[in-house]
Write a protein that binds this ligand. Structure first.
Ligand code: NOJ
Length: 528
């Protein structure tokens, strides 16, 4: 057995033991009947989240935006897009959430602005403007063309030519999302003001988009190419053909979060980073006692259902940052876990078993809307797809698969919206909806809710985890104080010696004392 002992995290007290829930605002609930989710719709559904038992609601960006990337292209960081509401409505949302005991995280996008942001418009139209230095401009390569070999996450080069000055600007995502120059102290000051703005409105946490990539190599050196992108359709696969040492995960970025940490501390607020690292060990460059409070660990979203992989997914980030891991198995950017874990009932069982393990680990587990319903991927016909990744890359699946509207009840559009058409089609069935599942005690929703409640009972457990090496093949298990958590990653029933243990929760079988694990089943037991 291997013992992992880590220092307690320095964070707001409320964050310890919290369970997060991601709301993709466009698709959660539409309050004004225009076919797109909004703040009023979310406020009306907060009671459901309180019933589910989650503690922290992370809301994806709602700032004024041309919506080239559905809000991750921000044109004003201190206001709300009319599509989603206004600042008064935001204040009402926060007030209602707090009444219900829920915390709220706002999604700040500091790596890039929208190309419609006044800073970029000034920088683009006037090379002499002080805002020019807010962005990353480079001359063409000596023989012409982009300054280096960096490519965009969404396909194509990470550089777009600006003819007036003859220079290129850098964008790790769309050309409509120019990257900010985080080596410029003015940019840092702007964002410190933006943080204060949202914290003063009683925001409890911020989720930081692309938190790992704000700082780029000062000399803009080429990334080493490690494989051939030819023939690869998905831009993320092409992206993996390079070793991203110069555009991502620069250690200098921690300095930014140290300043933000001091601001957050004054408001008892938390910093939650979207930390897309290559190796779990890199999390410790960003998530520290005086940097980010929580760093998301995304590798489970591409995890094969194999015992070694499942164990590594749990152990590696924990080894790096202890109880500061943000655990997720789904998000608005990835295929649904049910689909990834082979679809249908098997996918649901696996997702539930893995969820139990995440709830057992020290850190902050997050659910993504619809995960609690066991939703599968949505099949959206090509012509109805909205995601720029699908639109720009012929044949790419894109991210609409996990963004279809939430199914709530038996009303039109399953209660998501009263509009004749919704921005993405409602693809689910009534029996998958919240209302139908709430009525059925055996539904997936109740099982996930049971795990969220279970998490509450674990609140006094320490931050030390020991993985078990002496169990039957295919069983991934760990001890946390006197609690034992195990998941059967075998496709067969596996016997497990439970002597000296009292099982307190299982994900499949009703018979708690049975010394076996069904395929994909997870359990928690306490030393008796
Ligand atoms: C990560 C967000 O989760 C994703 O939806 C967005 O497209 C990129 N960052 C760019 O902001």
């Amino acid at each position: 057995m291997q013992a992992l002992t880590l220092s307690a995290m320095s964070s707001p007290d409320w964050l310890r033991n919290s369970v997060g829930y991601e709301v993709y605002i466009r698709s959660f609930a539409d309050g004004d009947g225009d076919g797109v989710g909004d703040l009023t719709g979310l406020r009306d559904r907060l009671e459901y989240l309180a019933w589910l038992g989650v503690d922290l609601v992370w809301v994806t960006p709602f700032f004024p935006s041309p919506m080239a990337d559905h809000g991750y292209d921000v044109a004003d960081y201190a206001d709300i897009d009319p599509l989603f509401g206004n600042l008064d409505e935001f204040d009402r949302l926060i007030a209602r959430a707090h009444e219900l005991g829920l915390k709220v995280a706002v999604d700040i996008v500091p790596n890039h602005t929208s190309s419609a942001h006044p800073w970029f418009r000034a920088a683009f139209t006037d090379p002499e403007s002080r805002y020019r230095a807010y962005y990353l401009w480079r001359d063409p390569a000596p023989g012409g063309g982009p300054p280096n070999n960096w490519i965009s996450h969404f396909g194509g080069p990470a550089w777009t030519f600006e003819p007036r000055s003859g220079q290129y600007y850098c964008h790790l995502f769309l050309p409509e999302q120019p990257d900010l120059n985080w080596r410029n102290p003015d940019v840092r000051e702007e964002f410190e003001r933006i943080l204060e703005f949202w914290f003063r409105r009683d925001t409890d946490a911020i989720r930081i988009d692309v938190a790992h990539a704000l700082i780029k190599d000062e000399q803009f050196r080429d990334n080493r190419q490690v494989s051939d992108p030819a023939g690869l359709i998905e831009p993320r696969e092409r992206f993996r053909c390079f070793d991203h040492v110069h555009d991502l995960c620069r250690p200098e970025v921690l300095d930014i979060y140290r300043s933000w940490h001091k601001i957050a501390e004054r408001y008892d607020a938390a910093l939650i980073g979207e930390t897309y690292v290559r190796e779990a060990s890199e999390l410790s460059n960003l998530v520290t006692d005086d940097g980010l409070h929580v760093g998301f660990w995304f590798a489970p979203m591409s995890m094969p259902w194999k015992p070694e992989a499942v164990r590594e997914m749990l152990e590696a980030p924990h080894r790096a940052i202890g109880s500061q891991v943000g655990w997720v198995q789904s998000s608005h950017d990835e295929r649904r876990p049910v689909a990834r874990f082979s679809g249908g009932d098997i996918g649901r069982r696996r997702s539930l078993g893995f969820c139990l393990m995440l709830m057992g680990m020290p850190g902050t587990p997050f659910l993504y809307q619809g995960e609690e319903l066991g939703l599968d991927d949505a099949r959206i016909p090509m012509k109805l797809r909205h995601d720029p990744v699908a639109r720009r890359n012929r044949g790419s699946l894109g991210r609409d698969v996990c963004r279809s509207p939430m199914p709530w009840d038996d009303k039109p559009n399953l209660g998501f919206s009263t509009a004749a058409t919704t921005w993405l089609p409602q693809v689910y069935r009534y029996d998958e909806s919240v209302a139908a599942q709430r009525k059925n005690p055996k539904a997936h929703l109740h099982k996930v809710r049971g795990l969220v409640n279970l998490r509450r009972t674990l609140s006094n457990l320490g931050d030390t985890v020991r993985f078990a090496d002496d169990l039957p093949d295919g069983v991934v298990a760990f001890y946390r104080d006197d609690h034992f958590f195990a998941l059967n990653v075998n496709e067969t029933l596996t016997e497990l010696d439970l002597s000296g243990l009292r099982v307190i929760h299982r994900t499949i079988s009703d018979s708690v004392a049975r010394p076996v694990l069904e395929p994909d089943e997870a359990l928690v037991a306490v030393r008796s």
